[in-house]
Write a protein that binds this ligand. Structure first.
Ligand code: SAM
Length: 202
């Protein structure tokens, strides 16, 4: 994960970095904590993002068995089903995607697969106390060579405050644009975040 020069960065596989899309615990419109439904285009777009930046894997995490079954079916359609021949680049991206019931399972899998300690990074559009800046996180990732990283994205109305306070090692500061409005879709937010962290530049 040592990102020395843009050329090196471009070639590099970020084999210590994973991402996950969490459907629980997230808020709904009324501020209740819920498990949200799978969105088809989240599956596609985040898999392509993960493949583009060379991440080690992408987890779709949902505690509801029927939702997991749906996600598996969609993913398999593009890997082993009729979709594989129809769109090979989609197949390649979806090969990085895995479905899981909970974050504990994902953490266990990554630790087993990578053989390294794991740090979790939460993301949110909200300003909270003790958020880490993009440059500071990049520096930590670059310095800690024996560390795996899992970047977490929310669905619904975002990951709960309690989860971000208790379950992750770092919470990234929010992406801000021209004004106060910063409610991005998870597809846009994740693309901006990965580019800020791992871009090989233009
Ligand atoms: N239904 C929405 C959609 O269409 O994507 C889900 C919104 S969900 C709250 C968006 C997720 O993207 C957040 O949980 C967070 O992970 C990330 N996100 C959105 N806006 C962000 C911002 N300004 N800064 C950092 N992360 C952001």
């Amino acid at each position: 994960l040592r990102l020395k020069s843009p050329a090196q960065k471009g070639k590099m596989k970020l084999d210590k970095v994973y991402m996950a899309l969490l459907h629980h615990p997230v808020y709904n419109k009324s501020g209740e904590v819920v498990a949200s439904a799978i969105t088809n285009h989240d599956l596609h777009d985040l898999a392509r993002l993960c493949a583009t930046y060379g991440l080690a894997g992408y987890f779709v995490v949902n505690p509801l068995p029927l939702q997991r079954k749906l996600a598996e079916k969609l993913i398999q359609h593009w890997i082993t089903g009729p979709g594989a021949a129809y769109n090979p680049t989609r197949k390649e991206a979806f090969q990085l995607a895995r479905v899981a019931a909970d974050l504990e399972g994902v953490k266990g899998l990554i630790r087993e697969e990578s053989g390294r300690a794991l740090k979790l990074v939460g993301t949110t559009a909200r300003r909270l106390e003790n958020q880490i800046s993009f440059p500071a996180l990049r520096e930590k990732m670059d310095r800690d060579q024996d560390q795996s990283w899992l970047i977490l994205f929310g669905t619904g109305w975002g990951l709960t405050r309690e989860f971000l306070e208790k379950e992750v090692d770092y919470v990234l500061g929010p992406i801000m644009g021209a004004g106060d409005y910063n409610h991005l879709s998870v597809r846009s937010a994740s693309a901006i975040i990965l580019d800020r962290l791992f871009s090989c530049g233009a």
